[in-house]
Design a protein around this ligand. Structure first.
Ligand SMILES: Nc1ncnc2c1ncn2[C@@H]1O[C@H](COP(=O)(O)OP(=O)(O)O)[C@@H](O)[C@H]1O
Ligand SMILES: [Mg+2]
Length: 276
C-alpha cells in the first residue's frame, strides 16, 4: 500500500501550473543581531509546481536553511510573499501539512522508533497506528519498531526522521541536508528510497543539499543560490527519465548536468570573491 492509498487522493502530482506548489516572490530576510543587520536572502523569486521535487544548492551561509524555514513557517520573511499550495505557510503548518526533516535526525532518545514516528499524530490528536506501521515498512525499519534511537545506525535514524516527516501525509516535505552526515553508499541508498517515497506520496518536496549528484539524482529542478545575500542565480531543469536508477548515475547526461551545476556554483563564488 502506498502513502497515496492511505491519504485516499493522489492529487495531480507533478502536473499542474507552475506556482501551484509554492511561490517565493521578492522574498527578503534580514536578521538583526548584536547591533548589526545581516541580509541573508534578497529578491528571491521561485515558483514550483505541485508535486515537484526541487533541490536547493549554494555555498554555506547563502540562505538555504533560511528559505526552508520560511516555507516551514519557522521564520517570517522581512519582505515579499511566500505561499504554499495557494495559502500561507502558517495555514499549512497549523493543519499539520508540512513535514520537516533536518540533518540532525532529532529523534527523542527515550521514545522507540514507532513512538518517534507517531509523535506528530499524537501532537495533532490523531490516531494512526496503521500509518506508522506502513511507514516503518516503507523506510525499511521493520523489526526495529521498539528500538530506541541510540540503538540505530545514522542511516536508520535518518530513515526514522523521514518517516516522521511523512506521517501526517504532508502537502510539503522540507528536507535540510538530511543525509549530510552519512557515508556515500548509505546516502545513495537513501536517495533511491526517498525518490520512491516521494513519487508514491505525490508531495511537493524541497531538498537542501551540498551534494550536486544528490540534487541531480532527485530533483526536477535544481536552484543554484548565490553567495549571501542569497538570490536565485540559476535554475537547472533535470530532464532525466524517472524513476532514476543506479544506472542513471553512469550516463553522460547525468555527468553533463553535474558539470553544469558545479560550473554554476563555482561562477557564483568566483563573482562574490571578486566583488569590491
Ligand atoms: N537566527 C539567525 N540570526 C542571525 N543570523 C542568522 C540567523 N539564521 C541565519 N542567519 C544568518 O543568515 C545567513 C544564512 O544562513 P543559513 O540560511 O543558515 O545558510 P545556509 O543554510 O545556506 O548555510 C548566514 O549568514 C547566517 O549566519
Ligand atoms: Mg543550512
Amino acid at each position: 500500500m502506498s502513502i497515496s492509498t492511505i491519504r485516499g487522493t493522489q492529487g495531480d502530482a507533478g502536473i499542474g501550473r507552475s506556482g501551484d506548489g509554492f511561490v517565493l516572490e521578492a522574498v527578503e530576510k534580514s536578521f538583526a543581531a548584536e547591533g548589526r543587520t545581516t541580509k541573508a536572502v534578497e529578491n528571491f523569486n521561485f515558483a514550483a509546481r505541485k508535486g515537484e521535487f526541487v533541490a536547493l544548492i549554494g555555498p554555506s551561509g547563502c540562505g538555504k536553511s533560511t528559505v526552508l524555514r520560511m516555507l516551514a513557517d519557522l521564520d517570517q520573511p522581512s519582505a515579499g510573499k511566500v505561499l504554499v499550495h495557494g495559502v500561507s505557510p502558517q495555514v499549512l503548518r497549523r493543519a499539520h501539512a508540512i513535514g520537516v526533516a533536518f540533518q540532525d535526525a532529532a529523534l527523542l532518545p527515550w521514545r522507540s522508533v514507532e513512538a518517534n514516528i507517531g509523535l506528530p499524530l499524537e501532537v495533532a490528536g490523531r490516531t494512526g497506528s496503521d500509518r506508522v506501521a506502513h511507514l516503518i515498512d516503507l523506510v525499511a525499519l521493520k523489526g526495529f519498531e521498539k528500538a530506541r534511537p541510540s540503538h540505530l545506525s545514522g542511516g536508520m535514524k535518518q530513515r526514522a526522521a523521514l518517516a516522521r516527516a511523512l506521517v501526517m501525509q504532508p502537502d510539503l516535505l522540507l528536507l535540510d541536508e538530511p543525509f549530510g552526515a552519512l557515508d556515500d553508499l548509505t546516502r545513495q541508498r537513501l536517495n533511491f528510497e526517498l525518490q520512491r517515497i516521494w513519487s508514491d506520496a505525490g508531495t511537493t518536496a524541497v531538498l537542501v543539499t551540498h551534494s550536486i549528484p544528490e540534487a541531480v539524482l532527485l530533483a526536477d529542478r535544481v536552484v543554484v543560490i548565490s553567495p549571501r545575500p542569497g538570490t536565485v542565480q540559476e535554475i537547472v531543469t533535470i530532464d532525466l527519465p524517472r524513476p532514476r536508477s543506479p544506472e542513471t548515475l553512469t550516463t553522460p547526461e547525468f555527468h553533463a548536468l553535474c558539470d553544469r551545476l558545479s560550473r554554476a556554483l563555482f561562477a557564483g563564488e568566483h563573482q562574490a570573491a571578486n566583488q569590491p
